[in-house]
Design a protein around this ligand. Structure first.
Ligand code: SF4
Ligand code: SF4
Length: 92
């Protein structure tokens, strides 16, 4: 079963950490939503390597990320829904 990362936005938004975003080896896959103040996964690009899970759990100690079956990640295909994020509009 193919698994992808899922960020619990309610937990992640309680911090301003962003650590996992720095370590995802796939470009434009683990992103940060400035409006919701949370990391999120573009499911259609996630390779399921689990690096972000280890970062959030073992380094950041926030436990926001789980690996979920890709079939249960309906509605989280961010790139398909929204296209590439426009970083020029993100708050500095
Ligand atoms: S490491 Fe965890 S708390 Fe930090 S941005 Fe990523 S999901 Fe959020
Ligand atoms: S599982 Fe790997 S590819 Fe997917 S978001 Fe996490 S670090 Fe990136």
């Amino acid at each position: 079963m193919y698994k992808v990362a899922h960020v619990d936005a309610s937990k992640c938004s309680a911090s301003n950490c962003r650590l996992c975003v720095l370590y995802c080896p796939e470009p434009n896959t683990l992103l940060y939503d400035e409006k919701r103040n949370t990391a999120f996964v573009a499911v259609d690009r996630c390779k399921g390597c689990g690096a972000c899970l280890r970062i959030c759990t073992d380094i950041s100690k926030r436990n926001c990320i789980t690996m979920v079956a890709v079939g249960s990640a309906q509605g989280e295909f961010e790139m398909s829904r929204y296209g590439m994020p426009d970083v020029s509009k993100q708050e500095k």
